[in-house]
Design a protein around this ligand. Structure first.
Ligand code: TRP
Ligand code: SF4
Length: 404
């Protein structure tokens, strides 16, 4: 049976900050209520840029996973694991590499961008160039159809889709494909089967794209098909290829921009981060010293919230009343910046109290985290092994009947 599957990963950068929380983690928590979710620590990805400093990776991974759990990722609902603990990712990455034109990788916009941005590092490495192939393997190995990512990752997902298509094109040929597809069609039932056939004909004979979409929708909503049959029927719509690897879609969710204490984008490397776990004292200090509208040099100068990063945080944390109070007080110099910041401090303290509490359990007992990851890796590996069986077979690499 087919279920919608979500997959996402993050590089192990250590403790998570409010940018990660509002930009990704809250969304991950929401998604786990609806879908079968896989969330992983992309530790090999960290090595593509930080190959000279591997020492920090394990500790950073631990801190990051603690924060995922503290944010509300529930290991009974979601599969939480570490990329390097599921070796099948490496195998699929290697095999995808066989059909990945180097020019496709050189064209990925982040390739040159990152090299320029991280000019202090030598990124002329094979691993760095190939990193979108590895990312594709991460996704395709779980046959995930939805990938929550930020704008910056959309081009990688486009490459993933192209690689899936290319792979299916090369290796999706089955000698008895036609018969198998026909048999799968029977399993749709007579009414649905007939409708499927009509739509397929409309697309193949007249190029009717709407019919293609309708047929795909029909398959989407059909629950009682095996994965193999489902793939065959998808493949059969467009030609005589089996869908071995599923094309994923990016899941772009509106998320608020979270500024750091200096007004720049929040980032640990800029030293402007407010972490998901702050003691109330450090939190208070960070907010009280946070950058405000530069035009408000004195208490008596009116300000403009639109030019103030504190306002961006109010938009996330404060209700309409408080926001109204800020706008009025700021533009008329009716309130001072410290007055303005206080409700924000209070709101973040309230938000973080349960997060701190949940995190403490794991910090006191790191073995809990280890167990969650071991269990998650086992679950992930099971799914990965299943895909790899099909991939190996399709590529002529199954030797279970011996050689020759
Ligand atoms: N490339 C992503 C990043 O740098 C992390 C990542 C690796 C990822 N593999 C993934 C994200 C698979 C989504 C799906 O943020
Ligand atoms: Fe920013 Fe508030 Fe000060 Fe206005 S009053 S400048 S919104 S901190």
């Amino acid at each position: 049976m087919f279920t919608d599957r979500v997959l996402s990963g993050m590089r192990p950068t250590g403790r998570m900050h409010l940018g990660h929380y509002h930009g990704a983690l809250k969304n991950w928590v929401r998604l786990q209520e609806i879908y079968d979710c896989y969330y992983f620590v992309a530790d090999w990805h960290a090595l593509t840029t930080h190959y000279e400093t591997p020492e920090q990776i394990a500790d950073s991974a631990f801190e990051m996973v603690v924060d995922w759990l503290a944010a509300g990722i529930n290991p009974d609902q979601s599969t939480v694991f570490v990329q390097s603990m599921v070796l099948e990712h490496a195998e699929l990455s290697l095999l995808l590499g066989m059909v990945t034109p180097v020019a496709w990788l050189e064209r990925v916009p982040t390739y040159k961008d990152q090299q320029q941005k991280l000019a202090d590092r030598d990124l002329s490495m094979y691993g760095f160039l190939g990193y979108p192939v590895m990312m594709s393997a991460d996704i395709l190995i779980y046959r995930a159809n939805m990938v929550p990512v930020g704008e910056d990752q959309v081009s990688h997902l486009e490459l993933t889709r192209e690689l899936a298509r290319r792979f299916n094109h090369f290796y999706g040929r089955e000698p008895d494909f036609e018969e198998k597809a026909q048999a799968a069609m029977k399993k749709l039932g007579s009414k649905k089967g007939k409708r499927y056939e009509e739509l397929r004909d409309a697309f193949q004979e007249r190029g009717d794209e709407q019919a293609l979409d309708a047929a795909k929708a029909l398959l989407e909503e059909t629950q009682n098909l095996s994965l193999g049959d489902r793939e065959r029927l998808f493949g059969y719509l467009e030609g005589a290829r089996r869908v071995i690897l599923v094309e994923p879609k990016p899941l772009l969710t509106e998320t608020p921009k979270v500024p750091g204490t200096d007004g720049q984008k929040m980032s640990k490397s800029y030293g402007n981060a407010i972490f998901m776990r702050e003691e109330p004292e450090t939190l208070t200090k960070k907010i009280r010293t946070m950058q405000t509208d530069p035009a408000r040099a004195r208490r008596s100068d009116p300000g403009n919230p639109e030019r103030c990063p504190v306002w961006s945080l109010h938009k996330i944390y404060s209700n309409a009343d408080t926001c109204g109070w800020v706008t009025k007080g700021c533009t008329t110099a009716g309130i001072g910046c410290l007055d303005c910041k206080q409700p924000l401090i209070d709101a973040i303290v309230v938000e973080q109290a349960p997060i701190l509490e949940r995190a403490q359990r794991y910090l006191d007992n790191p073995a809990l985290v280890r167990d969650i990851l071991t269990d998650g890796c086992d679950r992930a590996r099971k799914a990965a092994v299943e895909t790899m069986r099909d991939v190996r077979e399709a590529m002529g690499l199954s030797y279970d009947r011996g050689i020759g």
